[in-house]
Design a protein around this ligand. Structure first.
Ligand code: CA
Ligand code: CA
Length: 309
């Protein structure tokens, strides 16, 4: 009989480290309900102002709930994470944090949007509504190397994946590097575009329900997943797409977003910080072409369905 367990958010960890004691031991196939605080570690609240983002203590960001020890997990196995449910708590935030993000040099001032989250969507401003497609930005296991690893850059143990396909109904596969796997999660996003270009999605505290299983002896090197259709909610009215070409995919992504910020400012009356933040929660970056050397094309897809007016 599989069991259901509950982990509150009273103890979080802010680094990945294989010496962190597990808070819970489970059998493969058990379900765990994780309470996750927001990615700021409760430094941002519904009453916060943009200027508060300049005071963020980065030692507290990306807090993780866990670790969970899965009995029988050994290096060389694969951890199977079935994403059963994510429930937000009614609010979230999107911020431009000085020094962080795809266009950090061009957006030096802090910006903060506090969202009220409804059942399936949230209003950005009158006439613009974002469908909610919640997922955990951070899911991972303990690294094989000893010592603390920061929670910003994803690595072979998972971590800050920020991959918006990891919605309810997805099965995530992670390599196991240490006995018990030591799984943790956090950094929930109520919505995010592929790329998370300003550095934040709709950052939201959530209750996350996952079933953790094992595929014994099935070794993978990096995470992979099976997902239902992550584009179902937004793929209803087509897209406005900007593109940029060049030999460097990162620079192309920056340029495609610059064009989209220009477009949103000119055609939809947004301030440039609003446009950049909207790109972060709703625009999907795609590699459209990577064979016609030396120039490759990155596209930025803006779903037209977010405009309700
Ligand atoms: Ca993240
Ligand atoms: Ca985040």
């Amino acid at each position: 009989m599989s069991k259901e367990h509950y982990l509150d958010s009273s103890a979080v960890h802010n680094v990945w480290d294989n010496s962190i004691e597990p808070r819970l031991h489970i059998d493969p196939g058990d379900t765990v309900i994780f309470e996750c605080v927001d990615a700021s570690g409760q430094q941002v609240t519904p009453d916060s102002q943009a200027s508060d983002l300049t005071q963020l203590d980065f030692g507290k960001v990306n807090p993780l709930t866990g670790p969970v020890y899965v009995d029988g997990a050994e290096p060389g196995d694969t951890l199977k994470v079935e994403i059963l449910d994510l429930k937000h708590k009614g609010w979230g935030w999107t911020g431009i944090i000085p020094g962080f993000g795809l266009l950090a040099d061009e957006f030096p001032e802090p910006y903060l949007k506090i969202w009220q989250l409804e059942e399936g969507s949230a209003e950005f401003k009158p006439g613009i509504r974002i469908p909610l497609e919640p997922f955990c930005g951070s899911m991972g296991v303990a690294p094989r190397v000893d010592g603390p690893i920061g929670t910003v850059a994803p690595t072979e143990h998972g971590g800050n994946l920020d991959t918006r396909g990891l919605v309810k109904g997805t099965v995530l596969y992670l390599p196991v590097w240490v006995p018990g796997a030591l799984f943790s999660c956090g950094d929930c996003h109520a919505a995010q575009g592929d790329g998370e270009v300003c550095g934040t999605g709709i950052e939201s505290p959530m209750t996350v329900t996952l079933r953790l299983g094992l595929v014994k002896g099935a070794s993978i090197s990096e995470f992979r997943f099976e997902t239902p259709s992550p584009l179902t909610k937004t793929d209803t009215q087509g897209y406005y797409v900007t593109t940029a070409h060049g030999p460097d995919l990162y620079k192309n992504a920056q340029q495609a977003i610059r064009y989209m910020v220009d477009y949103l400012s000119a055609e939809h009356g947004l301030t440039r910080p609003e446009a950049y933040a909207l790109c972060s929660v709703a625009v999907d970056l795609k590699i459209s072409e990577i064979v016609d050397a030396p120039n490759f094309i990155v596209s930025a897809y803006l779903p037209k369905s977010i405009f309700t007016a």
